[in-house]
Design a binder for this molecule. Structure first.
Ligand SMILES: Nc1ncnc2c1ncn2[C@@H]1O[C@H](COP(=O)(O)OP(=O)(O)O)[C@@H](O)[C@H]1O
Ligand SMILES: [Mg+2]
Length: 446
């Protein structure tokens, strides 16, 4: 009796200890207890899970079987035939699961490499991922890395995008960390790697929040910010102290775009004069200040109130396309926000979209918007964007030109925070007239 009490006491104490460990030291609990237990379970159940998700293959194998063989010429006179058990080698079908590699823990789950069966492709695993996630009772399973003959699966226990907290900025030039990726890493927008971005989504999906995050992240950096806000300037006017230029009417936007194209051409001439391919290979003293152009609702730039605006709109389209084509080399970067960025807006929009290689797609109301934003990259990304629920504004699918994509969420940056940053760093705002006139006119006589 006392033994039983002792055993129960020890069990209860261990349970409380584990609970407390998990409660107060969740990270070490995960690596010390949670992950090893999960790993054992994954290995033990893998055959079953793979079979349920149709990832197994039947292989013919040679196996010993015990067969009943009638004994010929038996001495027995009875009606029954005498049989003898004989070992025989037979070919039988054996179900084989794909071979699992070593499970490696991550902060939010684990990753593991799998060896594909002959004839399997990574897409088979993408299709099976949801089933595997349910079988493992985890939030999601994604195919993250593909090598010839192998795929890596990434399992996450819970959605890391429910609570996204701000990380301090690193202060690297033209790099902003607006939020988190689904794999728990920082979401990085690096304009020097991916110069131009589309920021698409329905109203209330988090587009302006991302713009706020970008303004907050870029405000302390030595860059010029330029805004286009044809919805009467309500979105960007509060940030005016940190904006070098802001266009709120059609005429202003045509003029500002002309300035920007002129600036790009001046930079081009400067680079040519120095034998440089882009502004980053110029001597530092001659390097012009990078310009990040934010366009609030791109449809407004293309909206025609009457025929007289046709010419202005055509010029707008041409100028934007030119900026997108040349901007990378000459440090002029575009972030184009909009509910839809499709050919229905006007001529030239499809060509513009093709130049904007960074894509952010928030929740969408119609499948076409997801298709316009992500469809030319990866159909799976498009499906993920369509599945974003309304309750989680700021959640989006981020893709860049190398074809990889992630679910992500921006950190909540209310207007007041971005406005505060614009005020705090107003002294860093390059003067627009000085900026477009500042680059020495090294243009050689044509
Ligand atoms: N990353 C986020 N985290 C939490 N809430 C957000 C986030 N992004 C947006 N929101 C909320 O959603 C609302 C709408 O976002 P907003 O950026 O104005 O959408 P849009 O510009 O697409 O219409 C915001 O007022 C804010 O309350
Ligand atoms: Mg908005």
């Amino acid at each position: 009796m006392t033994d039983l009490v002792l055993v129960l006491g020890v069990l209860a104490a261990s349970a409380v200890g584990l609970w407390a460990w998990r409660r107060w030291r969740p990270v070490s609990f995960w690596y010390g207890v949670g992950f090893p237990a999960r790993a054992v379970l994954v290995y033990l159940t893998w055959h079953h899970v793979a079979s349920g998700c149709r990832l197994t293959r039947n292989r013919r194998r040679l196996r010993f079987t015990l067969d009943a063989v009638p004994v010929v010429g038996s001495a027995s006179r009875s009606a029954a035939t005498v049989v003898e058990q004989k070992r025989r080698v037979r070919r039988v079908d054996v179900e084989r699961a794909p071979r699992l590699g070593v499970l490696r823990p991550t902060r939010l789950g684990w990753r593991m490499r799998l060896r594909l069966h002959d004839g399997q492709v990574p897409a088979d695993y993408e299709k099976a991922a949801e089933g595997i996630a349910h079988a493992w009772r985890v939030h999601s399973v994604r195919v993250v890395d593909v090598r010839p003959g192998f795929v890596t699966l990434w399992a996450t226990l819970r959605d890391p995008l429910v609570d996204v907290v701000a990380e301090p900025e690193t202060g690297e030039l033209l790099r902003v960390r607006p939020g988190k990726l689904e794999n728990g890493r920082d979401w990085v927008i690096d304009f020097r790697t991916v110069p131009h971005w589309i920021n698409a989504g329905a109203t209330q999906s988090g587009k302006s929040n991302l713009a706020n995050a970008l303004i907050k992240g870029l405000a302390p950096q030595p860059v010029a910010l330029v805004g286009f806000d044809l919805k009467g300037g309500v979105e960007f006017t509060p940030y005016a102290p940190r904006l070098s230029a802001l266009a709120t009417t059609r005429q202003e936007s045509v003029d500002l775009l002309a300035d920007l194209v002129g600036e790009v051409e001046t930079r081009m001439a400067l680079c040519r004069a120095h034998g440089a391919r882009n502004v980053w290979t110029l001597p530092e003293s001659r390097r012009p200040v990078p310009v990040v152009v934010l366009v609030d609702e791109v449809a407004e730039l293309f909206l025609m109130a009457d025929k007289s605006e046709k010419d202005q709109i055509a010029r707008t389209a041409t100028a934007l396309l030119r900026l997108a084509q040349l901007g990378r080399a000459f440090a002029v970067y575009l972030v184009v926000c909009g509910q839809r960025i499709g050919s229905d807006l006007g001529p030239g929009v499809t060509a513009l979209r093709a130049q904007l290689s960074g894509r952010v797609c928030h929740r969408v109301n119609d499948p076409e918007t997801a298709n316009m934003t992500l469809g030319d990259l990866d159909p799976a990304a498009e499906d993920a964007a369509r599945a974003i629920p309304a309750e989680t504004p700021g959640v989006c699918v981020v893709a860049d030109q190398d074809g990889s994509w992630h679910r992500a969420r921006s950190v909540y940056v209310p207007e007041s925070t971005a406005e505060q940053a614009a005020h705090d760093y107003a002294h860093l705002t390059p003067d627009w007239d000085a900026l477009i006139g500042s680059v020495p006119t090294a243009r050689p006589a044509a």
